[in-house]
Design a protein around this ligand. Structure first.
Ligand code: G1P
Ligand code: ZN
Length: 543
């Protein structure tokens, strides 16, 4: 087996976004595209010589081929060992767990998360560092610099290895260890939650539906919920991961997980419903006839985490991304613990978790997690909910209502304008940014602007600074609108508008969120000129 050094030229579009590099699958499949990016990752981290890394993906189209290629490149770059999930599979949280458990130097996750998969859809590659978390900006920028200068990559000239057989094999001088993708993760969950209490809950007749959306969480949910915890057969649906996720959009929100939504609002609704995304790091949670927003879920989990053994000593602090609602802040306040507001993307939580400043983290985009790993974790959130339900034995709707009665309700919604013209989107943001100083005092739809800024963040641990992380418009009375452009899309631009309003009065906690937020949405539209500039009178998606 010989090491090939292959000449190549840079691709201009390999800057990692909010979560790794995501492109159309056909872009990734063109000659040298994947190879350039992977070699750049290796170069940016100082080479792979004698290192051990983890490799796995969400099973989408091109996963296996990419895994074989990355293994041969790792071998040619001098890696000592690659730990790879059987079949080339690992959920994002499981990859983070394995990186940490075996104290490896990092890992590569092949995923475009909740983006659809298939030959005409999306593929992605992200690099995680030794703490198990997404590479911070300094690393992703270094990777990008390498992609701009790359002239060759290294590849072992060898046959494909058998990714389905568990155990150790060799690829040139490198060891390849194929592991069960579920076992280490399940062991970690077992240590955090009271599995006996959850088993007793199911034994008492508690019913649940978990929609794996034909994505990676299927095998994890089957093994843990149906296998270990004794949930009835049929609890986990769409459990077999498919390369195109069954043609669906593996994003657990009320629109893309419509089937689950419909069930949970029907007479046949089980007690609890949940779904996860393409790579298993997102979650959606529902009770009978009630949808729990991710922002509320973070707050409820924070207020009740002590009911689970892994968190019985309390929380060090809570961190949330800036556009996420302030519901969790109220819990942190009451608990007298730290509360952190970070830019969008899980990579900003890593330092806070490593430094022991935060225990729970969350994002409005269906991401919740804790210090057990360094990624958000869909099934973990579902298990924490189950542990809380097993102790409190109350319906989800009652838990939510009493939470609001105690802390007040943060009405919240995100409006997405997808696939808009990238130049128009950039102009909209630039113009708004230029007018920030003059916005206070403006009255729109009965709301007076009291503050307007562009969110910038200084990491309290390493002092690194991130600018232009979202425009915030604050209104008199505490309502706000936030606007930012998505960093994960692969076509045109997506404008995200985040709307929020606090309501302390329990007598007013039963409004439809869209009604409760209508004036703020109209004001945001007028102030930013969304309809005028994008030609869209309605968002494509409201979550
Ligand atoms: C989106 C979400 C963000 C999340 C990211 C990766 O990023 O908004 O919270 O961390 O996906 O799952 P965006 O497309 O907004 O840049
Ligand atoms: Zn994901």
């Amino acid at each position: 087996m010989s090491i090939l050094t292959v000449k190549t030229t840079p691709f201009a579009d390999q800057r990692p976004g909010t979560s790794g590099l995501r492109k159309k699958t056909t872009v990734f499949m063109q000659p040298n595209y994947l190879e350039n990016f992977v070699q750049s990752v290796f170069d940016a981290i100082g080479g792979l010589s004698a290192k051990t890394i983890v490799l796995g993906g969400d099973g989408r189209y091109f996963n296996r081929e990419a895994a074989q290629k990355i293994l041969k490149m790792a071998a040619a770059n001098g890696a000592a060992k690659v730990i790879v999930g059987q079949g080339g599979l690992l959920s994002t949280p499981a990859a983070s767990c394995v990186i940490r458990k075996y104290r490896t130097d990092g890992g590569i996750v092949m995923s475009a998360s909740h983006n659809p998969g298939g030959p005409k859809e999306d593929f992605g590659v992200k690099y995680n560092i030794a703490n198990g978390g997404p590479a911070p900006e300094a690393v992703t920028e270094a990777i990008f610099e390498c992609t701009r200068a790359i002239s060759e990559y290294r590849l072992l000239d060898a046959p494909d290895i058998d990714l389905d057989a568990l155990g150790e094999t060799r690829l040139g001088d490198m060891s390849v260890v194929v592991i069960d993708p579920v076992a280490d993760y399940e062991e970690l969950m077992h240590g955090l939650f009271d599995f006996d209490a959850i088993r007793a809950l199911f034994a008492s007749g508690f019913t649940m539906r978990f929609d794996a959306m034909h994505a990676i969480t299927g095998p994890y949910a089957q093994s843990i919920l149906t296998g270990t915890l004794g949930a009835p057969e049929g609890t986990v649906v769409n459990a077999v991961p498919l390369p195109d996720f069954g043609g669906g959009h593996p994003d657990p929100n009320p629109v893309w997980a419509r089937e689950l939504m419909d069930l949970m609002f029907s007479d046949a609704a089980p007690d609890f419903g949940a779904a996860s995304d393409g790579d298993g790091d997102r979650n959606m949670v529902l009770g009978r006839h009630v949808y729990v927003t991710p922002s509320d879920s973070l707050a409820v989990l924070a207020a009740n985490a002590h009911l689970a053994p892994g968190y019985e000593d309390g929380l060090a602090g809570i961190a949330r991304s800036m556009p996420t609602s302030a519901a969790a802040d109220r819990v942190a306040d009451k608990l007298g613990i730290g509360c952190y507001e970070t830019p969008t993307g899980w990579k900003f939580f890593g330092n806070l978790l490593d430094a022991g400043k935060a225990t729970l983290c969350g994002e409005e985009s269906a991401g919740t997690g804790s210090n057990h790993i360094r990624e958000k974790d869909g099934l973990w959130a579902v298990l924490l909910w189950l542990n809380i339900l097993a102790v409190r034995r109350e319906p989800v709707a009652d838990i939510l209502k009493s939470h609001w009665a105690e802390y007040g309700r943060n009405y919240y919604s995100r409006h997405d304008y997808e696939g808009i013209d990238a130049a128009a989107a950039a102009t909209l943001m630039d113009d708004l940014r230029a007018r920030l100083g003059s916005l206070p005092g403006t009255v729109s739809h009965g709301l007076t602007v009291v503050s307007a800024d562009d969110f910038a963040y200084t990491d309290p641990v390493d002092g690194s600074r991130s600018e232009k992380q979202g425009i915030r418009i604050g209104f008199e009375g505490g309502a706000r609108a936030v606007m930012r452009l998505s960093g994960t899309g692969t076509e045109g631009a997506t404008l995200r508008v985040y709307l929020e309003r606090f309501e302390p009065d329990p007598a007013k906690h039963d409004l439809d969120p869209q009604e409760a937020l209508a004036a703020i949405a109209a004001a945001a539209d007028e102030i930013a000129g969304i309809t005028a500039r994008t030609g869209r009178s309605e968002p494509d998606l409201m979550t």
